[in-house]
Design a protein around this ligand. Structure first.
Ligand code: PEP
Ligand code: MN
Length: 651
């Protein structure tokens, strides 16, 4: 049932209602809406709704109309995201804004075959590895799988590449064996979708389950099976459309793409698609994989074999690694079109950020040269590179990338440990794009901040003087910030994409009439001379950067240094009601947190809803800043909605 609370229901009334429901073993999901709060409650026992209706604070009680309750959107309006952890401490999320891909053979056949398949799908960019150790074959004479030996090969291959493993469970008796062998995701095959005893046992385990659609199952029957899993204790169910039986014989089954949007409206569960078993013919798989993603699937599961012609099962539908690679490339191209990104496995990181800084210092002492990496947007000589040098005191390699988005992506993918993100310029204002990136990339933390002075210089080839120069090259902002100097000398302005690009261009032309306005560091980089330093109109020109890192497991904000933190960055949303922000700010005041910054940004997809971004100063007398902020977060929860501590750091 859905219990709509009165607008003025008090916390104690709400608690009272929850207590009654809990005493009757109901599962409760609280949903705070714009206008009112609802409690969705599902229990195995039926209950007279009047018992709830009469409670203080209750506006009305509406039964959940669908036969599946916990799986329904009525129970949980927002999409569920299933988190799966790999052996590198990374969390892969199914159902969020990133598309996942599961690749691997139909069946585990040998150690070599599995290692080769894992290498191939990992190189193509898969996020999980599949392989059946117990195969439900139509004929009892066909290959039945390697059993436990197969599980071991699968796990070894997955671990080698940081890929969680997905394998089919055909009977509950195999659960202990599969647990012992580290199965990350349990697949319930089409033939077992209505094996209710298996579903009940598996649900109790609480591990992620991929529930395939039965060969002849309706969407409702399928969701009822999901309900079996959910009502047995797990909340980690992923639905997988894999084709249904129709009168058509040209393909193995008929892929029911329309099930995706239908499911989206009926359930909050993530949906993936298996085009391999759906069409059964190798060359028909790639277009259906892309169509599934375009139709809204959260990911795909595809059969891949290094030697398909030798595959012991489902040979006709096994993709060559090159075909899978092509799907993955197409997926990268498709993702931005449908407003998503592609999930990637982070490259192996053996150390935490604190450790890596220390080990870098140690390796410097030992004369070894293994530097940590920090990405920045732009070229060598850019102010962001200067920020990397300043912050890391030369112990990090500054890695050039082409956009702010790419910095976040590289950090999340583990290609670099850190990213240098400009957040505000003292004259040009906030860099909104990066506030939005901080809200969008849920698995990064702010681990530090650095402010650098933007001091522009005029650089030109050797031999040039202020008098020989006629044209000045720079980013439009660089030109605007030095407009007085340019006007006084009567120079002609040429726009470039960045200040460093201007320097590069001037150096490559090598003419005495061209000069660049940029950071003086470019002189050394491009072989130019500094004609004049400090030419900006306003010498008080600063840019503040934050340093980001990918969260490790557990989503505690990362810390860069052991130093006691004195700053925190916090994101929160408020209810859409009078005084909501005022109430939230009261919590900051009571905690004696002074605010350096408060920004509001629209939330994508939710018109007129806003994130508030705040930087606060943690006072010196706070003994344990981490505990202090955790406690503050609890208090803020009472008046604000989504709260994310982006980072606790020293500045
Ligand atoms: C499989 O994934 O190998 C499989 C047997 O799939 P399905 O249950 O969809 O036939
Ligand atoms: Mn198969």
């Amino acid at each position: 049932m859905v219990i709509v609370l009165k607008n003025d229901a008090s916390e104690s009334e709400k608690k009272n209602i929850k207590n009654l429901l809990k005493s009757k073993n109901f599962k409760i999901n609280e949903v705070k809406g714009e206008e009112s709060t609802i409690l969705a409650a599902v229990g195995k026992l039926s209950m007279d709704v009047r018992e709830v209706e009469v409670l203080p604070g209750v506006e009305k009680v509406v039964p959940i109309s669908k036969p599946y309750k916990l799986a329904s959107r009525e129970f949980k309006p927002e999409n569920s995201i299933i988190e799966i952890q790999n052996n590198r401490g990374q969390i892969i999320r199914v159902g969020g804004s990133r598309l996942v891909s599961i690749g691997g053979p139909c069946a585990v056949e040998s150690r070599e075959q599995m290692l080769a398949a894992a290498a191939a799908v990992s190189a193509a960019g898969a996020t999980m590895l599949r392989g059946g150790a117990y195969k439900p074959r139509t004929s009892p004479y066909a290959f039945q799988g390697l059993g436990e030996e197969g599980l071991k090969y699968l796990k070894e291959a997955g671990d080698k590449y940081g890929l969680p493993v997905v394998t089919e469970i055909v009977a509950a008796e195999y659960i202990p064996l599969m647990e012992d062998n580290g199965v990350d995701v349990y697949q319930v095959g089409a033939r077992n979708m209505q094996n209710f005893e298996l579903l009940k046992r598996l649900g109790k385990l609480g591990k992620p389950v991929i529930l395939k659609r039965g060969l002849c199952a309706t969407i409702q029957e399928w969701l009822m099976s999901a309900e079996y899993l959910l009502s047995s204790g797990t909340d980690k169910v992923i639905l997988c459309e894999r084709g249904i039986r129709t009168y058509e014989t040209a393909t193995r089954n008929t892929l029911d793409l329309s099930a995706i949007p239908v499911l989206r409206s009926l359930t909050h569960l993530p949906i993936i698609v298996d085009p391999s078993h759906a069409v059964g013919v190798r060359d028909k798989i790639p277009p259906m994989a892309l169509a599934a993603l375009a139709a809204g699937a959260d990911g795909i599961i595809v059969e891949v074999h290094c030697h398909p012609e030798q595959a012991l099962s489902d040979a006709a539908q096994a993709l060559y690694p090159e075909q899978f690679d092509k799907i993955m490339r197409d997926m990268e191209a498709l993702a931005p079109v449908i407003g998503k990104q592609v999930a990637h496995i982070r490259s192996e990181r053996k150390t935490s950020p604190t450790q890596s800084i220390q080990s870098t210092q140690e390796s410097k002492k030992n004369g070894t040269d293994e530097k940590i990496k920090c990405a920045f947007s732009g070229k060598k000589g850019a102010y962001a590179e200067q920020a990397v040098i300043n912050f890391f005191d030369d112990s990090a390699e500054a890695v050039e990338v082409n956009s702010f988005d790419e910095i976040f992506q590289q950090v999340v993918d583990g290609k670099v440990q850190y990213g240098m993100i400009p957040i505000e310029n003292s004259t040009a204002g906030s860099i909104y794009n990066n506030y939005d990136n901080l809200t969008r990339y849920e698995d990064v933390s702010i681990v530090g901040a650095v402010t650098i002075r933007i001091e522009h210089s005029l650089l030109a080839p050797k031999g040039a003087t202020l008098q020989t120069v006629k044209n000045v090259y720079s980013h439009p902002q660089g030109l605007a910030q030095c407009s007085n100097f340019i006007k006084n000398h009567g120079y002609h302005c040429v726009d470039t994409v960045s200040t460093a690009t201007g320097a590069q261009l001037v150096a490559s032309k090598g003419e005495l009439e061209n000069a660049a306005i940029c950071n003086a560091r470019n002189a050394e980089i491009w072989g130019l001379e500094v004609l004049q330093q400090g030419i900006e109109n306003n010498p008080n020109n600063y840019t503040r950067f934050v340093i980001i890192a990918a969260n490790h497991v557990g989503s505690e904000p990362l810390q860069f240094e052991e130093k006691k933190p004195n700053r925190a960055s916090i994101l929160f949303t408020t209810k859409n009601e009078a005084g909501a922000l005022y109430d939230a700010l009261g919590v900051f005041k009571n905690a004696n947190l002074s605010m350096n910054r408060l920004e509001s940004r629209p939330i994508a997809g939710k018109p007129w809803k806003y994130w508030f971004y705040s930087d606060v100063v943690i006072q010196n007398d706070v003994a344990n800043p981490k505990e202090f902020i955790a406690d503050f977060k609890e208090k803020l929860k009472k008046v604000a909605e989504d709260i994310r501590v982006l980072g606790i750091y020293s500045e």
